[in-house]
Ligand binder design. Sequence first.
Ligand code: ZN
Length: 168
Amino acid sequence: MFWILVAVAALAVAIAIDRCQGSRLQAAVDHFVRWAEDVTDTLMKPYFYPELDKHVLFPQGYIAEKSGHTRGSTVDLTLFDMATEKELDMGGTFDFFGQQSHPDFGGNPATQQYVPTEGITAEQFANRMTLRQAMMRHGFKPLDEEWWHFTLRNEPFPDTYFTFPVKN
Ligand SMILES: [Zn+2]
């Protein structure tokens, strides 16, 4: 399991830096909120939420006005196989809003039991569970809507939403 944990740690950092997810600022979240509220802007719908109407992204929990990312305690991450030098197949696009992203899609996360389901293979489900178990063992709690999203159980800044202007 060591390689997985190393990969998790490394990838958490890489993704945090790459996508600014580890320290997503409130100003960025506010921008995201404005995007979500503008239901006429559906340019990215085919890629990220083809099955959903934009107005349900908030009520169904895919986007939050106050994000754990902004508190510096939440990461979005996946697993990377050092041997193949590829990401593990998790059976779905990162940041895809829909049933397929739910950790209980294709099985029961509590028992790790796969239930044959169109849209996810046993291996893809098992990969999601490997990531989930590793994160939960190390003090993170999962999210019901996104297999890639985890928040520290003991957050150092549970009430602080970091923000400051960012300039190029
Ligand atoms: Zn996230």
